[in-house]
Design a protein around this ligand. Structure first.
Ligand code: GLN
Length: 539
């Protein structure tokens, strides 16, 4: 089956009418179904903004920044791709307009264009095409799915749609265009409306691209009349009009797309066999557990972007995976760190069986995080501190247990007499912001007898990082003496990656981001054990 494919096929996913239609989830769901048929699939996101990568964007602008194994700071959709497919993505899976222009301009300065006028067509479009085809090289994948960010009709998307037009021309049935649109329901008319979809397809046609498949986001089912109408106006057959109905969990979308036959329609259009059907038994089993938990547990997430849906996406998803593994629904209470102080902490954290303190940058809300950690340490509530959350745990411990009241991170207070968290040596000479943190996967060795080694079941692990500051090893002996152990160390640099407290039911701080590696098929062991501890704690 997979091996009989002579060359990689390319599927483009565009969006019309509005943003936030779920292109990332549709791309990931189609990829999942193709993977479940035995194909090797990867997904790429092309983002039409001018930042080189989203690493310099704040969460209000762009939600979470997702970090890959190879240290790329990427769009959060790559997190969905990994969570659905259980295969790692890389730098090549996320390309922005900024990066495209950067490489074209570098080539121009090198003189590579030999005196030509450098233009959007063909130079920018060639660079886009090159980035798309790059993933298909060396026959590593049977399918490359390329999701185009933004909405068709935007000025910014134009070169991407033009690149798709050219690639379609070159590749013929080795390629496919799936266009996502919205079918709004007008309550006053009690009707679903197809006009925005017609207009969106018309815009695609103006650019010379005829979508092969339309995936229509809707809050009500599409009946045959609506499907036929869309088909008639948009030059597709009715079976290529796919309903994408609102659903309670993103993880149900692959099953809904299977019911709508999206994978089979796509394969037929590319002249491929639709047999055998995909094996989605394990996915179905996951959904079953997700939908019928035996119990529930309330966990708090303390951070400064709690009002945003997307800022802590990977942590939220990791908790869903871990909860499902524990047959337990995790009810997440988002708590703003700026609103916590020692007078209200008892009330704010009341009823929680476990608390996560989130990653972050800068001073805002830091004291609320430290106050939270003191409370959960003293009240023996399971605690997981991630990156800045781990750093806050050591600051809290230094201040309140080691009697160093002014202990801090030099990120927040450069003049602290006790810099228990300090800038990494290699970061001192770094002045440029983009892509310069300690990024991506690093190995870590776990101590014997630690909680960490029991949880991971191995002494050598690898986790992904995104930080500039670290635990100051000058304080290590004193920390240990007072009851915090460094149980995960990067043996090459000596950096402390995990701290834990033995005299506590579950207290761990990790300098890395375990949430990036949790997937549906393999939920992260730290999250699984944290939810288990929260579930079993009696308080
Ligand atoms: N601001 C901290 C640092 O740079 C923590 C970063 C994070 O939480 N990702 O080290």
């Amino acid at each position: 089956m997979a091996s009989s494919i002579s060359s990689t096929k390319y599927i483009f996913v565009t969006g019309g009418v509005t943003s936030s239609l779920g292109k990332g989830i549709i791309s990931a769901s189609l990829a999942k179904l193709l993977q479940a048929r035995g194909y090797r699939v990867t997904i790429q996101k092309l983002d039409p903004y001018i930042n080189i990568d989203p690493g310099t964007l704040n969460p209000y602008e762009h939600g979470e920044c997702y970090v890959t194994e190879d240290g790329a700071e990427t769009d959060l959709d790559l997190g969905h791709y990994e969570r659905f497919l259980n295969t790692p993505t890389s730098q090549a899976n996320n390309v922005t307009t900024g990066r495209i222009y950067q490489s074209v301009i570098e080539k121009e300065r090198r003189g590579d264009y030999l005196g030509e006028t450098v233009q959007v067509i063909p130079h920018i479009t060639d660079e886009i095409k090159y980035r798309v085809k790059l993933l298909g090289e060396e026959n590593k994948y049977d399918f490359v799915i390329t999701e185009i960010g933004g909405t068709v009709g935007d000025i910014e998307s134009l070169p991407y749609v033009e690149a798709i037009r050219q690639l379609r021309w070159e590749m013929g049935s080795r390629s496919l265009v799936i266009h996502l649109t919205l079918i709004p329901y007008l309550a006053a008319a009690k009707e679903l409306k197809t006009k925005p979809t017609q207009h969106s397809v018309k815009t695609m046609l103006e650019y010379g691209v005829q979508p092969d498949i339309l995936v229509c986001r809707t809050e009500k089912p599409l009946n045959a009349t609506i499907r036929n109408k869309i088909a008639l106006f948009c030059n597709v057959d009715a079976t290529s009009v796919i309903e994408s109905i609102d659903t309670s969990s993103i993880y149900k979308v692959p099953l809904l797309m299977r019911e709508e036959n999206l994978d089979a329609v796509a394969l037929k259009k590319m002249k491929m066999s639709v047999r055998p059907a995909p094996d989605i038994r394990s996915w179905k089993a996951f959904i079953k557990r997700l939908e019928s938990p035996r119990t529930s547990v309330e966990i708090g997430l303390v951070g400064k972007y709690v009002e945003l849906m997307d800022a802590y996406k990977s942590i939220m998803e990791a908790l869903i995976h871990a909860g499902t593994r524990n047959n337990c629904r995790v009810n997440l209470r988002m708590i703003h760190s700026q609103e916590i102080d020692s007078d209200n902490v008892t009330e704010k954290l009341a009823g929680l069986k476990g608390v996560i303190v989130a990653p972050g940058f800068g001073k805002r809300g830091i004291e609320g995080k430290i106050t939270t950690i003191r409370y959960v340490r003293e009240k023996k509530i399971p605690f997981l501190g991630i990156c800045l959350g781990m750093q806050c745990a050591t600051i809290e411990f230094a201040r309140n247990v080691m009697n160093l009241p002014e202990a801090h991170s030099t990120e927040m207070n450069p003049d602290t007499p006790d810099p228990i968290i300090d800038i990494m040596e290699e970061q001192k000479k770094v002045h440029i912001k983009g892509g310069t943190m300690r990024l991506g996967a690093y190995p870590c060795t776990l101590s014997p007898d630690s909680r960490a080694i029991k949880i991971y079941g191995t002494s050598e692990i690898s986790e992904r990082h995104r930080h500039r500051y670290e635990l100051n090893n000058n304080y290590l002996d004193r920390l240990t003496k007072h009851g915090i152990q460094a149980t995960g160390i990067n043996s090459e640099s000596g950096l402390v990656e995990i701290v834990e407290m033995q005299d506590h039911p579950w207290f761990m701080g990790v300098q890395f981001h375990p949430e990036y590696k949790s997937t549906v098929n393999s939920p992260h062991p730290l999250f699984i054990d944290f939810v288990r501890a929260a579930k079993t704690i009696t308080r």
